[in-house]
Design a binder for this molecule. Structure first.
Ligand SMILES: NC(=O)c1ccc[n+]([C@@H]2O[C@H](COP(=O)([O-])OP(=O)(O)OC[C@H]3O[C@@H](n4cnc5c(N)ncnc54)[C@H](OP(=O)(O)O)[C@@H]3O)[C@@H](O)[C@H]2O)c1
Length: 302
């Protein structure tokens, strides 16, 4: 049986993982909070996911959730979806390492952890938490698969990060000219699902990107072509981001500024070698923009 932690968020990577696992006929348990979005909880129940209440900030609940589990998949994070008391340190740091420890102690066999790209490498709390959890996992007796996707389209090319395609407005971090291999969370979920079935993913770390590296300004151009109207742009300079990071009132704001600085610097990930071992079609920014225009298959599960 699989345990998915992080299945109820608005971006939806964990929820998508549950869908893919259930479609393949696997038994899935999800650790959820009573405060989670009701529609997403109902959706998980509808597809036959067993729901167990718990919280990354509550270690005994993690012990309980890991009982009888073969593989833990953790996509949870407080960066987008958080409750009062959640901090980078207590959720993405201690909460995730407690989950690794709980899985280890419960005799779980393997653990899939969603981290982020190695190029996101500035000193800020969220990056430090991700790397600390990776280390804890590698030091455990669990078979690990660490996924390191770069910037998700469903976050950084969405209203969550100021890319408001419905109103043709976009916030650009930095000058907007450095390329990023934007990846869709659906592709991260598919990659995760494939990795569960192959020994190649045992004790392995994968840097994940989309099919092409294009700059934020190129992404805007694609959205303008697809939507047939020009975007209004707002730039946040690298100097402003540095200042925001230095003067941030808390670790969340420091991390958001740190992430935005990394976006400004660009992040190119060449998928050629990985795709030889894990053949799959990757979503392009144009395909994502068309999906956004249709508003059909939800781009951001709001
Ligand atoms: N955004 C990016 O560009 C990017 C890039 C690379 C990697 N990633 C990683 O991808 C993963 C998935 O991201 P996402 O955007 O899909 O996330 P998301 O939709 O915001 O979902 C986050 C999930 O974490 C859960 N969570 C938060 N705090 C928790 C706690 N204290 N205890 C238990 N669960 C808690 C949330 O539960 P509730 O619904 O109860 O709040 C929600 O289910 C994250 O690990 C993220 O760091 C993101």
């Amino acid at each position: 049986m699989y345990l998915v932690v992080g299945a109820t968020g608005p971006v939806g990577l964990g929820g998508e993982m549950c869908h893919q696992l259930r479609s393949a006929g696997h038994r899935v348990r999800a650790l959820v909070r009573p405060t989670a979005n009701e529609d997403r909880l109902a959706d998980l129940a509808r597809i036959g996911v067993e729901l167990i209440h718990g919280d990354l900030r509550n270690p005994p609940s993690l012990d309980e959730a890991c009982r009888g589990i073969e593989t833990v998949i953790s996509t949870a994070s407080m960066m987008v979806s958080r409750q009062q008391g959640d901090t980078v340190e207590t959720v993405d740091g201690a909460g995730q390492t407690d989950l690794v420890d709980a899985a280890n102690a419960a005799g779980v066999h393997s653990f899939v952890y969603v981290s982020f790209s190695k190029h996101i490498d500035r000193d800020f709390p969220f990056r430090n938490a991700k790397r600390a959890v990776e280390q804890r996992l590698k030091q455990s007796r669990l078979a690990y698969t660490i996924l390191r996707p770069t910037f998700l389209m469903e976050v950084w090319l969405s209203p969550i990060a100021g890319f408001d395609f419905r109103n043709a407005r976009a916030r650009i971090y930095g000058g907007g000219r450095n390329p990023i291999s934007w990846i869709s969370m659906y592709d991260v979920a598919r990659f995760a699902a494939i990795s569960l079935d192959t020994p190649l993913a045992r004790n392995a770390t994968f840097e994940l990107g989309g099919p092409e590296a294009i700059s934020p300004l190129d992404a805007v151009r694609i959205f303008e072509e697809v939507g047939g109207r020009p975007f209004q742009l707002e730039f946040v300079s690298e100097e402003e981001l540095t200042e925001q990071q230095q003067n941030a009132p808390d670790s969340l704001q420091r991390s958001l500024a740190g992430l935005s600085r990394c976006y400004a610097e660009g992040d190119v990930i060449d998928m050629t070698a990985i795709l030889r071992s894990f053949p799959m079609a990757l979503t392009s920014v144009r395909e994502y923009a068309c999906r956004a225009r249709e508003g059909g298959e939800s781009v951001v599960h709001q």
